[in-house]
Unconditional design. Sequence first.
Length: 265
Amino acid sequence: MRMIDTNIFNTDSTMIMAKECGAKKYFCVSTDKAANPVNMMGASKRIMEFYLNRRSVEMPVSTARFANVAFSDGSLLYGFNRRLDKGQPLSAPNDVRRYFVTPKEAGELCLMSCLLGENRDLFFPKLDHDLNLVTFSSIAEKYLMNLGYEPVQCATEDEARARVGELKAHHKYPVYFFKSDTTGEKDFEEFFTENETVVMDKFDSLGVIKNELIYDEQLLQHFTLTIENMKKKGEWSRGELIDLFNEMIPNFNHKETGKFLDSRM
């Protein structure tokens, strides 16, 4: 519920406040996970985009979908740093691929959308599928090599934990890679869908999604009232929230396995 408040209702409220305070335009960060979402976070950002589209008749708005920001709090490399500090092996899926951008690139993307984006424009980095889409496991290996360690693959996480001291003494480091079976993880990320109008020739390194003024007022009201009623009752289930998200996004392909990637990394 906190994620819904943060990503959807708080965003809607701040856009209202921005208009009341005389702001000329509103900018908001979305995510690549909002394109064909398969997890609750990505779906909540997609629903946020619906709410922003509705408010765009009152004040111009532009957004940005970008990839994982390297070393940002909660990111993959941030987690690797914490594991190294604690003397723990690096653990990552070997079949999940992601785009990564630097903090500088993320800031520039937001600035470009804020300054140059037209109403309802959605900016995204123009990254190459073959060059920029990398597996978590390959990132772990390159990260360790950059720090002067030779990665050593272990058959189990228990083996990897047991060998940290032994391997570290020889400038090596244990890693455990596994096939992903966690909730809401795509094999790869994407920035736009086949149903969105995309302009790829306006900027050298950025693409732009040109969103039309399309939203379902009745559906948005239904979502708002349903969440309000859940809060009044003081109880709700994850299944109820997933069902509601499915009503909002017909192609939402959330798969609940009861396992989550953060807990495994």
